[in-house]
Ligand binder design. Structure first.
Ligand SMILES: NC(=O)c1ccc[n+]([C@@H]2O[C@H](COP(=O)([O-])OP(=O)(O)OC[C@H]3O[C@@H](n4cnc5c(N)ncnc54)[C@H](O)[C@@H]3O)[C@@H](O)[C@H]2O)c1
Length: 248
């Protein structure tokens, strides 16, 4: 018996990066996964690694229909939906005054709107299963890190939305929590190349002195937030960041 046997979970951006690690770890623990991503190559790869257990769905999360299709796919293939991990988020880093309407649209479209679309589409099914939602915030947003205006604003909007949903949907047995990860992925790799000084500074300030490993450090916390072990937690922001920030 694995600890996520019987779970059916949608992971957005679930083909690579932290989302890919989350899809893999949840599948290893017994869950059925719908991995929604625009990256077809990585999507096919993860689907082939877990035949019959991880289904890749090619889709752009900034389109509302993608969320509806993903929920329909989960129910038609696996009969139910028990969890949603709103992991995908694309953005461009540049000074606030240089951010274009397209930059704002990209970050709010793939971050905030996508999270809202998947929460709304999943609600009726999660109500049936007393399911859980894991949304994503960011330490960079909590800090107001330079060059992150559109990203930070969308991340904090996600946290606000999550707290409201936690209160409104608690009566339905649906829990909504937020994770703020810090992990070395492709996204962080490009950020490191563009902003090496900020990267060095971030590592120096991590009490555990390293970026997290997506599989070993981040995915297990997502798993915890999806299962009964966290049944008395909702509306919380959980820092998975090596101790960088201590929320009160
Ligand atoms: N990596 C970190 O240290 C860190 C820190 C704070 C927060 N986060 C958050 O964690 C999450 C994952 O981060 P990551 O570093 O793995 O990102 P990443 O850029 O490495 O991976 C994101 C995944 O989302 C997919 N994606 C992008 N746009 C999409 C779209 N429109 N539709 C569907 N899929 C799309 C990509 O193909 C990719 O598979 C994000 O919400 C990010 O903001 C990460």
């Amino acid at each position: 018996m694995k600890d996520l046997d019987g779970h059916v979970i949608i992971v957005t951006g679930g083909a690579s990066g932290i989302g890919g690690a989350v899809s893999s770890v949840l599948a290893e623990r017994g869950a059925k996964i719908i991995a929604v991503d625009i990256n077809e190559e990585a999507g096919k790869e993860i689907e082939n690694s877990f035949p019959g257990q991880v289904l890749f769905m090619k889709g752009d999360v900034s389109k509302e229909n993608t969320a509806k299709e993903a929920v329909n796919l989960a129910v038609s293939k696996f009969d139910k939906l028990t969890g949603v991990v709103n992991n995908a988020h694309a953005s461009r880093q540049k000074p606030l005054l240089e951010q274009t309407p397209e930059d704002w649209e990209l970050s709010f479209g793939t971050g905030f709107n996508a999270t809202l679309y998947f929460m709304k589409a999943a609600y009726p099914e999660l109500k049936k299963t007393k399911g859980a939602i894991v949304n994503y915030g960011s330490g960079a947003a909590l800090d107001g890190q330079p060059n992150q205006a559109s990203y930070a604003a969308a991340k904090e909007a996600i946290r606000g939305l999550s707290r409201v949903a936690a209160n409104e949907w608690a009566h339905d047995g649906i829990r909504v929590n937020v994770i703020c990860p810090l992990a070395h992925t492709g996204g962080v790799d490009s950020w490191q190349k563009e902003h090496p000084k900020q990267y060095e500074q971030v590592v120096r300030e991590i009490p555990l002195q390293r970026f997290g490993d997506p599989k070993k450090d981040i995915a297990p916390i997502v798993a915890f937030l999806l299962k009964e072990d966290s049944q008395y937690m909702t509306g919380q922001t959980v820092m998975a960041d090596g101790g960088s920030k201590k929320l009160r």
